[in-house]
Write a new protein. Sequence first.
Length: 315
Amino acid sequence: MKSEVLLFVGETLGNYGFPDGHPFSIDRQGAFWNETRKQGLDRKVTVAAPRIATREELLRFHSERHVTRVETRSRIGNGYLDQGDTPAFPGVFEAASAVTGSALEGLHRIMAGEALRAFQPIGGMHHARRDQAAGFCVFNDLGVVIDTLRSQYGIARVAYVDIDVHHGDGVFYSYESDPELIFADIHEDGRFLYPGTGFAHETGAGAARGTKLNITLPPGAGDKEFFAAWERVLEHLRRFRPRFIILQAGADSLAGDPLAHLNLSRAAHAHAASTLLALANDTAKGRLMVFGGGGYDLGNLAAAWTGVLSRLTED
Ligand SMILES: [Zn+2]
């Protein structure tokens, strides 16, 4: 029988994490996986092995200059890939290529009809730009998936939804003028948090005006504010009837995250997953990819992401 949900976990993905007490540590995948097995969710999915993206695949979104720079820095094995948030380490090129390659493998298997949905906890690197790393994000797997949908599968109208506590600036600004990329992002107000962007007036540029929705929540906001904002997200997405849906489900919006100041519970993420699943079934032939994104409290990310995975396996 065909399994509906692919789960991407494995050693090369687990290696994506930074050394020396960095909040994006290498124990994030393990924390999620332990909780997944404890709940028996591993038996309800097809566990899929990571694969490394080729250079050609990375170049669908990224500049040659950026890919070469990461490769060189990875060999040297020290210093930073950006202004000081994203350290280089030996093998960072391979680890970041595994994040993107696994995302493309999930996409390939969904488009081939082998599965309907995919969840990849170590993924959703929404701050990386076409030409630079940023905010713990080396290669933007989301951008590579979006550009691959266009170039390899002929699907232009893609919805990108982001509930990570930080604004998905690497996706937003890469497609700001693209009227077919339907964007919706709920995040903590940029006046209080990195990257300081994603204000309500940013609705897309030129022909894309109105295709992007940025909703900011004030520090301290919780489920009540999130659920109200989420209704606006659903309304926005329904208007455009996307043919493929991507969710970045960062768990750093939960209460107690060490880097941010929102107070969501795991219920927010579970609700987002189940309502997007219904929307995907309605407009996108069920095609939905979910990525873990941020989340720096191990208990929170395990709770939020297993909640999401559980909803993905229910339908
Ligand atoms: Zn984040």
